[in-house]
Design a protein around this ligand. Structure first.
Ligand SMILES: Nc1nc2c(ncn2[C@@H]2O[C@H](COP(=O)(O)OP(=O)(O)OP(=O)(O)O)[C@@H](O)[C@H]2O)c(=O)[nH]1
Ligand SMILES: [Mg+2]
Length: 320
């Protein structure tokens, strides 16, 4: 094994991050939102990215339409596609083909599909089934390999029935997806429970779980734009003394990751960016130094704050 000096490793990490950062800047992130009216689609994606990108609230649901919202976080471009007509069985009868054509026209590629449904519903509704059918036909079965099923309104079920609801709803929705995509790679952890009004607290629920699983499910090309642009919000729960900070300096909700959730992020990064992950794991102790070097390397106005943020972010890769 080559015994490189500490300085050489640090420099290798700096140049790797700089290279990847510049490549990541050229890519934009695309999220596809699917779910019934009022399921909490806009609220969910806004919380996931920490910015009000998709508008929330209630305006009359319209028929076949694709809404595209664009935004920018730390200089990285985000696109959110919302498909309000997809989950609308009654008004859409016989219109599937036309809507599929429209979706194909509007959406080229997606990095992550968020299929948002309310937890407290007794069965898979005709509207939810229609969305699953059209999605699979439009994008192909593989769309489910980059998907999360997000259960919202989780506080609306009693605490002592929560696990039962979660298992029942997951099983039913998975069955429905498998009817159209029998080999879809969807595991129990890809069904995440949150509540957008008063979030659940627990090791495998809520915003940190949503964030970690979204990262795990993301197309490779979306990983680093997502990670770098979110650096400000990510915290390590185990390192936080007492209560984790809820709100970041920029007003967004912080994402306090547990050790397991950090591990999910590290493993996913390793899968696509092995060199970055291994350099970060061994050099993370010098996060501030790396941050300063990244800032200098990026130059001009953008460098200063993002460089420091990324230096801090690398701490997530350290094992402790
Ligand atoms: N209690 C509770 N309310 C929620 C939750 N998620 C969203 N809401 C509320 O439900 C309403 C609709 O939320 P949106 O995020 O706009 O839902 P949507 O699916 O985007 O709705 P449309 O765009 O109209 O189809 C808003 O008043 C939200 O505050 C949740 O998890 N729990
Ligand atoms: Mg909405």
């Amino acid at each position: 094994m080559v015994n490189r000096s500490h300085g050489a490793e640090t420099r290798a990490l700096e140049s790797e991050v700089l290279k990847l950062f510049k490549e990541a800047k050229l890519k934009s992130l695309a999220f596809l939102l699917v779910g019934c009216t009022g399921a909490g689609k806009s609220s969910t994606v806004n919380r996931l990215v920490g910015r009000e990108i998709a508008s929330t609230g209630k305006f009359a649901p319209e028929t076949a339409r694709v809404d595209a919202f664009c935004g920018e976080i730390e200089g990285f471009e985000y696109r959110v596609y919302d498909t309000p007509g997809l989950c609308d069985e009654e008004s859409q009868k016989g219109n599937d083909k036309r809507y599929m054509g429209l979706i194909r026209e509007e959406i080229n590629e997606i990095d992550l599909l968020l299929y948002v449904v309310q937890l407290p519903r007794n069965r898979v509704g005709a509207d939810e089934k229609r969305a699953i059918r059209i999605l699979t036909r439009t994008f192909g079965k593989r769309v489910w390999n980059h998907a999360l099923v997000v259960f919202t309104f989780s506080r609306d079920v009693p605490d002592d029935e929560f696990q039962e609801w979660r298992e029942k709803r997951s099983t039913l929705i998975l069955e429905e997806i498998r009817r159209h995509a029998p080999n879809a790679k969807l595991e129990p952890e890809h069904f995440v429970c949150i509540d957008n009004v008063e979030d659940l607290e627990g090791e495998d629920v809520g915003l940190p779980e949503l964030w970690a699983q979204a990262y795990a499910r993301m197309e490779s090309k979306g990983l680093l734009p997502f990670l770098f642009s979110q650096a400000r919000r990510l915290r390590s729960r185990s390192n936080d003394s007492m209560k984790p900070l809820k709100i970041c300096e920029d007003g967004s909700e912080s994402v306090a990751l547990s050790t397991r959730q950090r591990e999910i992020i590290v493993e996913r990064t390793k899968g696509s960016f092995a060199r970055l992950a291994s350099l970060a794991a061994s050099c993370a102790a010098v996060g501030a130094t790396v941050g300063a070097a990244i800032s200098a390397g990026l130059g001009s106005a953008i460098g200063a704050s993002i460089g420091a943020l990324i230096g801090g972010l690398l701490g997530l890769f350290r094992r402790d």
